[in-house]
Design a protein around this ligand. Structure first.
Ligand code: 3PG
Length: 400
């Protein structure tokens, strides 16, 4: 983007593909981290006199307008953070978008409605995606990719549009890639990776990669119960992906052979019922050892012994990457594991990276000072796929 700025952008229509996919409670944004993350790029372009057209997806609407997924709240928040009026188009490439963009003065910013209200955005059909990219291209003279959270998606605005316009990487993408490169190319050891979150199937490919790279792998959150089951423990009614047990068993064996320390919870908080996340009414739970989960109970957080164990594996790390909450952190009774893990990262002297989406939001929602971490990525799936060593469509499209 510095190259673009030095060439001069005054009067040019610059399309910024951002990731404004923020968590919403109705129309209230519960974590605006992703909007703040794209501010440096939007500000720099506006200050240089560009007419800035910001576009993003939000949630997973089904290729047609759906008010529940409107970007209007994100556009309003962007305006507040910029301290400037931000125009909002009620469609993405239609009459409203065309009029809003045509009316943009130099140095002003507009947001167009959710890209995924258009079937062409996420289509698997190259021609359909291309046709939508053509319509997006008509809105701008230059493309700036800065939606790091979406670079792993082969979508029209991420992959096809940059091929149609002069294209540049924004500050956020450049910063994210710079950090993640350190983890893949020349990592300082001990390198500890903590993974959590609900589904082990989302993490299989990254675990596969990390078994050859990380020194220690800590597994918590919902995905831990498939590991515990694979070790022969009963997990009651905890989240379990039976079909993943063979893969997980193989990983446990490979970790032993390759000398990677695979650390599982030794105790968990269990309950007969999932907590009420709306009322946050006090939960009725017990703390049991990981091999003693009662048949009618489910694990909802790692327990105090596991928190201590995980922290002890992080203290001397030179590099830590963490992705995925350790428990149902949205409820105060089950936030302890995730809080302890975030604290362990802060207490470590090493370089700490919080990977994406849920864990980044958790860190902020739990009240941690994000500037104390080495890096908080805005991309969940994107940072994991980067660590998997995959070619990410949105980065490849900017590289040529
Ligand atoms: C994310 O939240 O990880 C990104 O915004 C991508 O969203 P998606 O998984 O719906 O493509």
């Amino acid at each position: 983007i510095d190259e673009l700025l030095s060439e001069g952008v005054a009067g040019k229509r610059v399309f910024v593909r951002a990731d404004l996919n923020v968590p919403l409670d109705g129309t209230t944004i519960t974590d605006d981290g992703r909007i703040r993350a794209v501010l440096p790029t939007v500000k720099a372009l506006a200050e240089a006199g560009a007419r800035v057209v910001v576009a993003s997806h939000l949630g997973r609407p089904k290729g047609a307008p759906d008010p529940a997924f409107s970007l209007a709240p994100a556009a309003a928040r962007l305006g507040e953070l910029l301290g400037a009026d931000v125009a909002f188009a009620t469609d993405t490439v239609g009459d409203s978008a065309q009029a809003v963009v045509a009316g943009l003065a130099d140095g002003r910013v507009a947001v167009v409605e959710n890209l995924r209200f258009n079937a062409g955005e996420t289509s698997k059909d190259d021609a359909e995606r291309g046709a939508f990219a053509d319509r997006l291209a008509a809105l701008a003279d230059v493309y700036v990719g800065d939606g790091f959270g979406a670079v792993h998606r082969k979508h029209a605005s991420v992959f096809d549009l940059p091929a149609r316009l002069p294209h540049y990487a924004g500050y956020l993408i450049a910063g994210e890639v710079g950090v993640l490169k350190k983890l893949t190319e020349d990592v300082r050891r001990p390198y500890v990776v903590a993974l959590g979150g609900a589904k082990v199937s989302d993490k299989l490919a990254v675990i596969d990669q990390l078994l050859g790279k990380a020194d220690r792998l800590l597994i918590g959150g919902g995905m831990a119960y498939t590991f515990l089951k694979a070790k022969g423990y009963e997990v009651g009614i905890s989240l379990l992906q039976e079909d993943q047990i063979p893969a997980v068993t193989e990983y446990i064996e490979r970790a032993e052979k390759s000398g990677v320390e695979l650390v599982l919870p030794v105790d968990v908080l269990v309950s007969t019922e999932f907590p009420d996340l709306k009322t946050k009414a006090p939960a009725d739970f017990e703390n049991v050892d990981a091999d003693k989960i009662p048949a009618d109970m489910e694990g909802l957080d790692i327990g105090p012994k596991s928190r201590e164990l995980f922290a002890s594996k992080i203290t001397d790390a030179e590099t830590v990457f963490w992705n995925g909450p350790m428990g149902v952190f949205e409820h105060p009774d089950y936030a302890g594991g995730t809080t302890a893990l975030a604290q362990a990262l802060l207490d470590s002297k090493g370089f700490t990276v919080v990977g994406g989406g849920d864990s980044a939001a958790a860190v902020r929602i739990l009240g941690f000072d994000e500037s104390k971490f080495g890096h908080i990525s805005t991309g969940g799936g994107a940072s994991l796929e980067y660590l998997e060593g995959k070619t990410l469509p949105g980065l490849a499209a900017l590289e040529d």
